[in-house]
Design a protein around this ligand. Structure first.
Ligand SMILES: NC(=O)c1ccc[n+]([C@@H]2O[C@H](COP(=O)([O-])OP(=O)(O)OC[C@H]3O[C@@H](n4cnc5c(N)ncnc54)[C@H](OP(=O)(O)O)[C@@H]3O)[C@@H](O)[C@H]2O)c1
Length: 279
């Protein structure tokens, strides 16, 4: 499956009117972004509540069904407060149907387990994910916030491939480089969907060595901090697709205008994060 080079995420999306949501989705698609990432939990704690982001995306799709054909649509399930996580077969099968219902679609291209449920055996989760693929309600499956060991344990029991890993990964959160996540993705041929690739906005609201390193590269290259941070995520040898979450159409367009970094600039950001030169 082709996930493109940049994705648009709906975590901050549930507060939009249908018209605002339509503008954001259309801006993303027109800018060449195809992967739209949402989750059933997005909207929880806000006026629309659990499922809210899927509901508003469903309204956008209902108003113009041709948009569905232009996107690679993915949602996530498995977080259910206050339990807080449930990866049991009956729960996830019901959660998938509820997501499809809210989105108003027969199928999502990718379904991801949002967080690992420590109480569900990986063998059982593997059977559930295989059953989802066999049902043709999902095109592919993936996991989010799993440790590499959890992903490997799951993969050992699955027939379908694990198509995506979705960790937090950015200039400000580089753990996936060292915790094995980006290496495992290459081992099993999974695409990495990097969440909060601008540090959830901390790239702009906080100051530190990483922000200063990004600013310096910006002065050298003329690229914006956003473009440099997205290029950093894609600069690793793994296949990484950053998922941006801005609610500003102009920033979606800015993000879609790609920068490329030299290897030296990539390592400058790694060294700024580590506080020391590479050995
Ligand atoms: N799997 C998971 O557990 C998980 C967790 C979190 C997120 N995600 C996914 O990742 C997606 C992206 O997450 P995210 O929204 O945290 O990503 P992000 O793109 O790193 O951060 C977006 C935030 O940065 C702000 N921002 C962007 N450009 C800015 C600028 N030039 N100046 C100041 N602020 C700026 C945005 O504000 P404006 O809206 O004002 O532009 C927004 O608040 C989510 O939608 C979701 O799909 C997944």
């Amino acid at each position: 499956m082709n996930f493109g080079t940049l994705a648009y995420g709906c975590w901050r999306f549930a507060g939009n009117s249908m018209e605002e949501a339509d503008r954001l989705i259309r801006t993303a698609l027109d800018a060449g972004i195809t992967l739209i990432d949402t989750a059933d939990i997005y909207g929880f704690g806000e006026p629309r509540g659990f499922g809210g982001a899927e509901v508003v995306l469903g309204e956008v799709l209902a108003a113009d069904p041709s948009l569905r054909e232009r996107m690679v649509l993915t949602t996530k399930g498995g977080i259910i407060p206050p339990r807080p996580y449930d990866s049991s077969h009956d729960y996830l099968m019901g959660a998938l149907d509820a997501s499809l219902d809210r989105l108003g679609v027969d199928q999502v291209d990718l379904y991801q387990i949002h967080r690992p449920d420590l109480t569900t055996p990986m063998r059982d989760l593997a059977q559930t994910l295989d059953a989802m693929v066999a049902s043709e309600k999902v095109g592919a499956v993936g996991v989010s916030n799993f440790t590499p060991a959890q992903t490997r344990a799951l993969a050992a029991h699955m027939s379908a491939p694990i198509a995506t890993l979705q960790p937090e990964f950015s200039v400000l959160h580089q753990d996936p480089i060292t915790d094995g996540t980006l290496d495992l993705a290459q081992e099993i041929g999974a695409t990495v969907l990097a969440w909060s690739p601008l540090g959830g906005g901390k790239l702009f609201t906080e100051d530190g060595p990483v922000q200063r390193s990004v600013a310096k590269i910006g002065r050298e290259t003329g690229y914006s901090a956003t473009q440099i941070a997205l290029a950093f995520a894609r600069g690793h040898g793994a296949v990484v697709v950053p998922i941006i979450g801005t609610q500003t159409p102009e920033r979606i367009i800015e993000s879609a205008n790609k920068a490329t970094l030299t290897a030296r600039q990539f390592y400058d950001i790694v060294e700024a994060y580590r506080g020391e030169a590479m050995p």
